[in-house]
Design a protein around this ligand. Sequence first.
Ligand SMILES: [Zn+2]
Length: 234
Amino acid sequence: MGSKFFLCYHDLSVKNAKQAVGQIRRIAQVANSPITVAVIPDVRQAPAADLDFFKGELQSLLQDGFELLLHGTRHLAVDSVDRNFWGKKALALTGNEAEFAGLDDCDSFRLLEQGMALWGTLGLDLPRGFVPPAWYGNAHLKEQVLCKFDFYEDRFAVYKKSQKILSPALSFAGLPKLSLNVAQTSACLALRSPVGTPRLVFHPVDFEAIGETRILNLTRFAVSKRKQIFYRDI
Ligand SMILES: [Zn+2]
């Protein structure tokens, strides 16, 4: 089994932590390994008890060998910021989630710094990787991220400072209902083919859209075909 893949869960946040952590743990149980988790750092509106719970769960995920990635800032765009034509398109396609899409140099940098500052309030060391929400960046983001982090990723690749790893994101979030079956079949094909190092990525919404049974089956299939690796392994 020479080929590898990443196994990721996106969008863990203070708002969904109670449910999401259970989902993350069950995927890990089936994979027989900790996994990579992309975390939304904005806890500014959270009640103190929720914040304590969230921080505690992040600590215990780290202790158990899970790998955390910083995933945006609010995971929701602010209306007052200007963005280019493509950025506006990306916002329309993602229900405003693509907060980094089409930003200019300064706004992008400012938003990235905000995300890092919010991460700081969680009392954790900065993670090694950053993923923009819905994988939409802008002309400046990759370089800005790679000045501060070891890894950046878009929908097609994972980037290190001097390396690009071909890595199609196999993801189901945001897809129309009718295409979900096709997406699951293509995910299986991609995991079976020897090309690249795919990222199998689950989101909280997938647990409603395709259901936990299929998520766990896909995980089982993936670990039977490829060796799961972490960003820290590349
Ligand atoms: Zn996300």
